[in-house]
Design a binder for this molecule. Structure first.
Ligand code: HEM
Length: 120
């Protein structure tokens, strides 16, 4: 494996940690029936987002990157960020997140993971 390939795999690893942190933090709230947005979700989104943008650069690959797929993932990530921002604001004001906002974050996070793995 070349240095660039190793570097890419390390960034994919970091990207996956971001996904795990975001989805894990969300799942804990869903299973506990608390349905709150927590700061850990923002960290997961930030980690996945920064690593994802790095992965959008074509280093350490011998094939063409799928930029339609990467663009859709970026849009989904920005929507998740907007929902987290709006939900956190509501939570501060009313003490709870509207259920549609809460469930959308989980569904959109899984959607991005599904797109990552299934869209080739
Ligand atoms: C919540 C947000 C996201 C989730 C859950 C997510 C999930 C994943 C997962 C599970 C993989 C591994 C699949 C594989 O290697 O085949 C992956 C890879 C990748 N993601 Fe994301 N992702 C997210 C956001 C983003 C964003 C915003 C971008 C770019 C703007 C991005 C770009 C990429 C790229 C380029 C790869 C392929 C890595 C490679 O093959 O070298 N991701 N993502």
């Amino acid at each position: 494996m070349s240095g660039m390939e190793i570097l890419r795999h390390i960034v994919v690893f970091i990207h996956l940690i971001g996904f795990a942190v975001l989805f894990g933090a969300w799942l804990v709230e869903a299973v506990a029936r608390r349905m709150r947005f927590t700061p850990l979700m923002n960290w997961g989104l930030l980690i996945a987002g920064v690593a994802g943008i790095v992965l959008a650069a074509p280093f350490g690959v011998s094939y063409e990157l799928n930029y339609a797929k990467i663009g859709v993932k970026l849009v989904v990530l920005l929507v998740i960020g907007a929902l987290l921002g709006i939900g956190m604001g509501r939570q501060r004001k009313n003490g709870s997140v509207p259920p549609a906002l809460f469930w959308s974050v989980g569904v959109l996070t899984l959607l991005n993971a599904g797109i990552a793995v299934l869209w080739r």
